[in-house]
Design a protein around this ligand. Structure first.
Ligand code: AMO
Length: 431
């Protein structure tokens, strides 16, 4: 239908006939002349309607179109000092493809911001705003850069089941579903399956897929459905996995900087491109930093929001927290041989925000069973997983990064809901 996107209409096309299609962003009618701003995915172009030239009838019909109606305009490009981008289109024909109802549930052209809830209720319109679309194009480039880095390093993209029989990250935050005559759950993480693929000899895999968590709390950093980028790799340790992660993240941010200059400008943000390697500090060092700032952490407990705030103030960029107590990490983490109170787990942080968890995994079946029991889990419920460890399981490590968490940081968003098209949270299941 179209010959050009609006952003492609520039003064070098002076005199040429083009066809552009999109939404009526705004109309300014001055009587004998009117300016219609036509918006598509790529930008906005000015359509100049001159009553004398197009006739009274057509002038009236077009200038009375409600905002957000869908039209196609065919016309001649003309250089113009006054117009946006130094160019305007003088229409020969305007085809109305869909007339918008009035009033709009949400303005697109208006400068005044609506509440997030109102925006999400009317997400199909909210997503038309250039600054909202910008977030999703940044997210697209970020994921493309991460995916490319993983493929360059020999990772195979896989997809594991999302309807599952057993909890992976602990049993409390599972969504139950009916699976014919049995109970099943929505997957919280591909953890067990990606590990089984190491027994299968896939060596290096990654998965980009939804993860479901029935977390009750309603915060600006949690969703009940999010996209998890998971990695698992064999014949390596946690340090090898951290190396892949930092390179993948840098590749993602580089891609955003290369491809999304316009979107970053629309949002008024400039993401920080971290240098390699990222800083690594241990859990114990975090406890010390927090304690120096008057925040006490009981050894073995997860780092509280206050403790992470104290550490984040010291390192306001990307860094790893390593050497965690086994007590606050999942059963599948491999304990250190020299001091099994500690595990080979790591978190990737940005200031006080967690964006990735990972670890070298426990690939020793007896030790794995023992740790499960210590953590109150019944190994019987994990037989399909444990079996994979009995017949040739290489040492392996991996991690998972939340796509929305990292989009939030790169695009400078305050609420994780803004980094997902149709968020699922404690109160929202529609649209
Ligand atoms: P974890 O539970 O830490 O680890 O999750 C990994 C990453 O996923 C993101 N994330 C979330 N994002 C939005 N809303 C949520 N409710 C949410 N929960 C988690 C975070 C987090 O860092 N199996 C391990 C990973 C591994 O060891 O490979 C796991 O799932 O960015």
């Amino acid at each position: 239908m179209r010959t050009h996107y609006t952003a492609e209409i520039n003064p070098s096309l002076d005199g040429e006939t083009v066809r552009v299609c999109g939404w009526v962003h705004d109309i300014r009618n001055l009587g004998g002349i009117a300016f219609l701003l036509l918006r598509d995915r790529e930008g906005i172009v000015q359509i100049t309607l001159i009553k004398k030239e197009i006739g009274k009838e057509m002038f009236k019909e077009i200038t009375s179109l409600p905002r957000e109606s869908v039209i196609c305009v065919e016309g001649r490009v003309q250089r113009s000092e006054q117009a946006r981008m130094g160019v305007e289109i003088l229409p020969a024909s305007v085809k109305v493809l869909n007339r918008a109802k009035t009033p709009l549930p949400l303005g697109v052209a208006d400068r005044v911001g609506a509440e997030l809830d109102t925006r999400l209720d009317n997400r199909f319109i909210d997503l038309r705003k250039p600054e909202v679309l910008a977030v999703f194009r940044i997210r697209h480039s970020l994921l493309a850069g991460i995916r490319d880095a993983l493929m360059r390093e020999g990772f195979i993209e896989v997809h594991t089941p999302k309807i599952i029989a057993t909890a992976t990250e602990g049993g409390t935050n599972l969504f139950p579903v009916r699976y014919f005559e049995r109970d099943a759950y929505l997957s919280q993480s591909p953890q067990l399956y990606k590990q089984i693929l190491m027994a299968a000899g896939f060596d290096r895999v990654f998965e980009v897929a939804p993860a479901f968590r029935a977390e009750e709390h309603d915060t600006s950093r949690h969703l009940n459905e999010f996209i998890s980028i998971d990695v698992e790799m064999s014949f390596t340790d946690e340090e090898g996995a951290m190396g892949v992660l930092e390179r993948a993240l840098v590749s993602g941010i580089e891609r955003v900087l290369e491809e999304r200059e316009r979107e970053l400008e629309t949002l008024g943000v400039q993401p920080h491109l971290p240098e390699l390697p990222f800083t690594r500090i241990t859990y114990d060092e975090c406890v010390d930093i927090a304690s120096r700032k008057g925040v006490e952490v009981e050894w073995g407990e997860d780092l509280s929001a206050e403790a992470l705030k104290a550490v984040g103030e010291e390192i306001p960029t990307y860094y790893f927290i390593t050497r965690w107590p086994m007590e606050c990490k999942p059963f599948y983490v491999l304990p250190f041989e020299d001091d099994p109170r500690y595990g080979r787990a790591f978190d990737l942080m940005f200031g006080d925000r967690e964006i990735t968890s990972g670890a070298q995994r426990n690939h020793i079946p007896d030790l794995l069973r023992e740790t499960m029991v210590k953590k109150g889990l019944n190994p019987k419920n994990f037989e399909f997983y444990l079996r994979a460890f009995e017949y040739g399981m290489p040492p392996h490590a991996g991690w998972a990064i939340g796509l929305e968490r990292i989009t939030m940081i790169v695009a400078g968003l305050k609420n994780i809901r803004e980094a997902t098209l149709f968020p699922r949270d404690r109160n929202r299941l529609v649209p």
